[in-house]
Each structure stands twice: as structure tokens, then as C-alpha cells.
Ligand binder design. Structure first.
Ligand code: PMP
Length: 301
């Protein structure tokens, strides 16, 4: 029986129960993370654990939650969870901090529970072919309505609606625009576009969730000798003209976008060269092949 961390202890997942009255279940008052660990069966490591837990801390403060841990303590707790379970393969780790109060009514009542769980997720998921994307009929919610950059559970109804609507129309994934009509991101991933030797990604002001994978790739492109990176608003008409485009996120890693609403990007049958090179770099990064970035990895065993 896999163990999960739940309310201060490691328990069998079947013993981690919540009440039907739980505030977070009614109002989405929870914050969460998606972290990956990569392993060869014998040894594993967590990628950018402290950065994910720092984001969890920042999001928890938006919901007025108590957060008595440092990010490093939570990374250590996650190492312990993986070690106790002998999870030395590729995993997706889900920390969830939720309002556990039992009162009705929106608001931010005190009282939180932390859970951390891990499920198998092989490196390099996806369709195996470039994604058939579509312009979502749903817009990203503006920062004036909700903290658009926060990983708050209730806000994910936006992603759920967008993804379900794209799939219902026969596409793989939606691309969401911000309220001003500029490109924002995917339903659980950021987006980059390539125009010759220019690479661009929408800024945080485009109501995106500024991902850790996006930040990682911004570093990669900024240091790239042959490519020029800009972080600037991206019009949908311009994205449609890109040579290459891809989604990036912890779970998806780097997924090539082959077409948008059936209109092909130039590199449609396979990833374009910039996307392919970024993906190869990212793979060696997260699997421990780049010693310069060793500080982003935390060993599990
Ligand atoms: N946007 C959204 C809406 C997301 O849910 C995610 C996944 N956390 C991302 C972008 C990518 O973020 P990260 O690279 O930190 O996983």
C-alpha cells in the first residue's frame, strides 16, 4: 500500500481521509504543486524541489494559510516520502495544502492540512507526435479577478473547462488567450514560439502562471549562443506564423505544437530543431547529466 504524507504523518493512502464538510472541497481553497522526480530504479532525485515549495509558500500566503515549514524542509519531507515508498522511478509529486475547516460560507477560515503524494509518470509523456492545438473559447482569468499566477485549486476550473472543450472538438490541447486577446498559455503549461533565431514567450503580465519549466528554459535560451530570447506579448496571428511552438511544464516537459485549429506550423510532422534541442537539453538536465545545474537536484537515495 503506497504511503502518503498526511496531516503530520506517513500513512497508507487508503487511510488518508477528509470530511465531506472540508472547506477546500466546497470552495477550492487549496494550493498545490506539481513536482517531478526522476530515477533509474535504484536512485532518484527531485527537480527544483525548493523552488516548487517556495511557490507553494507564496500561494499559501495568498490564502492566509499558516506555513510553518521552509521550502528545504518540505523537499526533505518529499525525499522521505519517496524513500519510504522506494519510489526510485520517474514520479509526479503532488503536495496539497487545503483549508480543512467544516464551516459553510466562502472566506478564508483558519486551519490547513498538508498532504503529499506521488504517482508514476514516465519521462517524456504526451502523444508521441506534435500536439494538435486549438484556440480555446475560454480566456485566462485576469489578474484583477483572481491571482492569475497562483496555483490555487479553485482557479483550475478554468484549465478543466478549456481542456475538456478542446478535447470535445477533437483537439489535443487548448491555447488560452488573456482577456486582451494576446496569447497566454496552455491549460497546464506555458508556451514558447520560435521565429528563425528569435524565441519568445508571453510575459507574466499576460495572466499566465509563470512556470518553473518556463524559468528554466528562459535561462537556457538566454545563454544560447545562436538564439535571441524575448519575453513579450504574443498576438495569436503571430503565433500562427511561428516556425515552431511548444508547451512546457513540469508534467508535460516540452511538447511540440504541430498545428493550431488545423493550420500547420512550418515544422509539423516532427519537432522543429529548436524545440528538439531544448528538449534534449531539458532531458539531460532533469536526469542529472548537466553538473552545472546539480544545485537544482535533490538526491533521494
Ligand atoms: N500554467 C499552468 C496553468 C500550470 O498549471 C502549470 C503547471 N504547474 C504551468 C503553467 C507550468 O508550470 P511549471 O513549469 O512550474 O510546472
Amino acid at each position: 500500500m503506497p504511503l502518503v504524507y498526511f496531516n503530520g504523518a506517513f500513512v497508507a493512502d487508503t487511510d488518508a481521509h477528509v470530511s465531506i464538510f472540508t472547506h477546500a472541497l466546497h470552495y477550492g481553497t487549496a494550493v498545490f504543486e506539481g513536482i517531478r522526480s526522476y530515477g533509474d530504479g535504484q536512485r532518484a532525485h527531485i527537480f527544483r524541489g525548493d523552488d516548487h515549495y517556495e511557490r507553494l509558500r507564496a500561494n499559501a500566503s495568498l490564502l492566509a494559510m499558516d506555513f510553518p515549514w521552509t521550502p528545504a524542509e518540505l523537499t526533505a519531507l518529499t525525499v522521505e516520502l519517496l524513500r519510504r515508498n522506494r519510489f526510485f522511478d520517474d514520479r509526479y509529486i503532488r503536495p496539497l495544502l487545503f483549508k480543512n475547516g467544516a464551516e459553510f460560507g466562502a472566506g478564508l477560515p483558519p486551519g490547513e492540512t498538508l498532504a503529499i503524494m506521488a504517482a508514476p509518470m514516465p519521462h517524456g509523456p504526451g502523444t508521441g507526435r506534435p500536439i494538435r492545438a486549438t484556440w480555446s473559447k475560454w480566456r485566462r482569468f485576469p489578474a484583477a479577478a483572481c491571482p492569475a499566477g497562483a496555483k490555487i485549486a479553485g482557479l483550475y476550473v478554468n484549465s478543466s473547462l478549456a481542456r475538456a472543450e478542446a478535447i470535445a472538438r477533437g483537439y489535443d490541447q487548448p491555447i488560452l488567450l488573456a482577456m486582451d486577446g494576446q496569447v497566454a498559455e496552455g491549460y497546464g503549461a506555458n508556451l514558447f514560439a520560435v521565429f528563425g533565431d528569435q524565441v519568445t514567450t508571453p510575459p507574466a503580465t499576460a495572466d499566465i502562471l509563470p512556470g518553473i519549466t518556463r524559468a528554466t528554459l528562459i535561462e537556457y535560451f538566454q545563454k544560447h549562443p545562436d538564439l535571441h530570447l524575448t519575453v513579450e506579448p504574443l498576438a495569436p496571428e503571430r503565433l500562427q506564423q511561428a516556425d515552431e511552438a511548444f508547451f512546457c511544464g513540469t508534467g508535460m516537459e516540452i511538447l511540440s505544437i504541430g498545428s493550431i485549429d488545423g493550420k500547420r506550423l512550418t515544422h509539423d510532422e516532427q519537432s522543429g530543431p529548436v524545440t528538439a534541442a531544448a528538449r534534449a537539453w531539458y532531458k539531460s538536465l532533469v536526469t542529472g547529466g548537466l553538473p552545472d545545474f546539480g544545485h537544482w537536484l535533490t538526491a533521494v537515495s
